[in-house]
Design a protein around this ligand. Structure first.
Ligand code: SF4
Ligand code: SF4
Length: 395
């Protein structure tokens, strides 16, 4: 991403038929363009060659354990929310060879694997995912050690964000203070506007000098007051139509106080420990390493692969697994996301994207699990009143 320059330029209008010019300009600069596209029965992130690769005219219906594609009655480019993929699949691939080794008459030689990394242009990044990328930046780049593969990808990534024009049934970014408006972490941000009389355009905000430079070469004009107002109204309406909410006040201490809450037994009866929630989560980052050799014993490779705290092996040390029960694994995951992550990285590990709710085969809902624990405290302690509101201590 380029140098931050947010709000130094006026908002402008980009007509929908000039969107291809933007893609072409990024291609000329040798970006690998990736964005939403139809595939695997969902809206997934993949390579985009032309604007027609976007899921134009499609939307999604989401609820706990439910995801359905549906046709819209217009030709919106971005008329859906987030699907099962997140941008981490590009910045932090699910499988990555770390090195390979060769044995010859002089011994065993480790060769550093020089993964050729093309710079990415991400098209259509939602606000929750901008926050998720920022969370993973903290994990991989801002600690004592930095992860070189992530850093190499991340430092050259161009981000075109999209403000959400609708909220999904499992979205709760508004209560996590992570959306639906993109406020930082992008080069350009768009709000899509489709009018009944057929007009179709984007209100564009510039976030960096690089974004401004790209925009300079795409036909555009200054936005009128009413067009900016229309974009603001769309974001406001989205914010007010979230499918879920999460009360975040005191959430860290709430979970720390309730390690032994009976709700963990309840959720353990439902949880299949399938790990779907961790695979779809845009902030989860656990990995394992596997060494493989060929049959000659002359070549060996070390691979890093996504792993999950829901597997028995993940916490296996000599003699057994530390978290042997489904209860301990679900509690570990949810408490890490919403509480220990704050101590570890200074931010919540949850950005309210709702993916773990949609893609859980038994519809376990992180907002509901938290609410039930909070509710029981309120029931048992009349003085412990919780005020309503968006008091996200982690924002
Ligand atoms: S919460 Fe749902 S998605 Fe996560 S491991 Fe349990 S069953 Fe699988
Ligand atoms: S925990 Fe669930 S809602 Fe929160 S960021 Fe991960 S997938 Fe999204």
């Amino acid at each position: 991403m380029g140098k931050n320059n947010k709000n130094t330029t006026e908002k402008v209008i980009l007509k929908h038929d000039h969107f291809q010019t933007l893609i072409d300009l990024l291609k000329e600069r040798e970006y690998r363009i990736v964005g939403p596209t139809l595939g695997e029965g969902a809206i997934v992130y993949d390579d985009l060659n032309t604007v027609d690769d976007l899921p134009i005219g499609w939307t999604d219906d989401q609820d706990g354990g439910v995801y359905r594609l549906k046709k819209r009655n217009d030709r919106a480019f971005f008329g859906y929310t987030v699907g099962p993929h997140s941008w981490k699949k590009f910045l932090f691939p699910s499988q990555l060879r770390l090195w390979k080794a060769r044995r010859d008459e002089n011994g065993f030689h480790i060769e550093n694997d020089k993964n050729e990394i093309r710079k990415f242009a991400f098209i259509g990044v939602r606000s929750c995912d901008l926050h998720a990328i920022s969370v993973q930046d903290t994990v991989f780049m801002h600690g004592i050690y930095s992860e070189p593969n992530y850093k190499a990808r991340r430092e050259h990534t161009f981000i075109l964000a999209v403000n959400c024009g609708m909220a999904g049934g499992t979205c709760f970014c508004a209560s996590m203070s992570t959306g639906p408006e993109a406020t930082s972490g992008f080069d350009l941000a768009l709000t899509e506007i489709l009018q009944e009389k057929g007009e179709h355009y984007f209100v564009v905000e510039t976030g960096t000098e690089l974004g401004a430079e790209i925009l300079l070469n795409v036909p555009h004009r200054e936005a009128k007051k009413e067009e900016i107002h229309a974009a603001e109204t769309i974001i406001k309406n989205t914010s007010q139509s979230m499918g879920r909410t999460m009360e975040t006040k005191d959430i860290k201490d709430l979970l720390y106080r309730n390690y032994e809450h009976p709700r963990w037994d309840d959720v353990a009866k439902r949880c299949l420990t399938c790990a779907n929630c961790t695979m779809v989560c845009p902030t989860c980052f656990c990995t394992t390493v596997e060494d493989v050799t060929d049959l000659t014993g002359e070549h060996a490779e070390r691979w890093r692969k996504w792993d999950s705290c829901f597997t028995m092996d993940f916490s296996f040390i000599h003699g057994g697994s530390i978290r042997a029960s489904a209860k301990s694994r679900y509690r570990q995951w949810m408490t890490h996301k919403l509480a220990t992550w704050i101590d570890q990285f200074g931010t919540s590990g949850c950005v309210g994207c709702g993916r773990c709710i949609t893609w859980c085969p038994v519809a376990i809902d992180i907002t509901e699990e938290t609410r039930e624990i909070r509710k029981s405290e309120q029931t048992h302690s009349p003085n412990n009143s919780i005020k309503e509101g968006n008091n996200n201590e982690n924002a």
